[in-house]
Design a protein around this ligand. Structure first.
Ligand code: ZN
Length: 137
């Protein structure tokens, strides 16, 4: 399998690693939205969030927390994003799951182009009910 993140994790190609655990690795994104943009990767190859075993996802979140604290101390951003794109439609460009940590600075011109929809009356409740039913207790 030819996966750039697996290659970096295995040391076959260089990556700018900032932190790692037994299960996760945090590296600088080579095409950052802002400088200091970090990717947290599970060391095992999974494509999307729900394929990652919870134990490994918990480790990723702990790594993200620690890296974010370091990023705040090192870069003093005005804000930051944690986000994961899952699937090509959602903007996932590399099919090895990765959590973005993106520092934000006022006037940095980063934009995601979000447009917000509105629910029709009753539609909000219908979506809530549909999701509650699927999620379960
Ligand atoms: Zn991979």
């Amino acid at each position: 399998m030819n996966c750039i993140f697996c290659n970096i994790i295995n040391g076959e190609i260089p990556g700018e690693k900032v932190y790692e655990t037994e299960k996760s690795m945090a590296i600088l994104d080579l095409f950052p939205l802002n400088k200091g943009h970090v990717l947290v990767l599970p060391k095992n190859h999974y494509e999307k969030l729900v394929e990652i075993p919870l134990e490994e996802l918990q480790d990723m979140i702990q790594v993200a927390y620690k890296v974010t604290q370091g990023m705040i101390n090192a870069l003093n951003p005005d804000g930051y994003h944690l986000l994961m794109n899952n699937g090509k439609t959602a903007g996932q460009e590399i099919d090895h799951s990765h959590l973005h940590i993106i520092p934000r600075f006022s006037n940095d011109r980063v934009a995601f182009g979000w447009r917000h929809l509105k629910y029709q009356e009753e539609e909000l409740k219908a979506y809530g009910e549909k999701l509650r039913h699927a999620i379960g207790t």
